[in-house]
Every structure is written in C-alpha cells, then in structure tokens.
Design a protein around this ligand. Structure first.
Ligand SMILES: [Cu+2]
Length: 66
C-alpha cells in the first residue's frame, strides 16, 4: 500500500482530481481518500513514483509516508 499526505487536498473536487489522476496511471489500483486527514492511500499500484508524479502533475504536493 502506498500512502501520501497531500496537505493542499482540501475539498471533494481535489479528491476527485487526485483519484482520477492516480487511476490514469494505475487503472487497477484502489484509491482511498481521507479528506480531513489530507491522506491518500493507494492499494494495488506497483509504481510508487508514477503515482506520486501523477498527483504532482495534477497540481498537488504529495509527500509519501513510509
Ligand atoms: Cu479542492
């Protein structure tokens, strides 16, 4: 499981944009968003760098946990 802290993910719109961005590079992955905690969890993605870059390219600032 990958986990990112995305402090500038502040609303449902952000969550949707990030979910779509991750799904585009990891179609089989499951994305779980915890908006109050600004946390994005991605299950089933093999390429952590691709996921992180996708979130960044969508305009957000992910910090990988762990
Ligand atoms: Cu937002």
């Amino acid at each position: 499981m990958l986990e990112f802290e995305v402090s500038d993910m502040t609303c449902g719109h952000c969550a949707g944009v990030i979910t779509n961005a991750v799904s585009a590079v990891a179609p089989a992955a499951e994305v779980k968003i915890d908006l109050p905690a600004h946390r994005v969890q991605v299950m089933g993605a093999s390429n952590a760098d691709a996921v992180e870059n996708a979130i960044r390219d969508a305009g957000y600032a992910p910090v990988r946990n762990g």
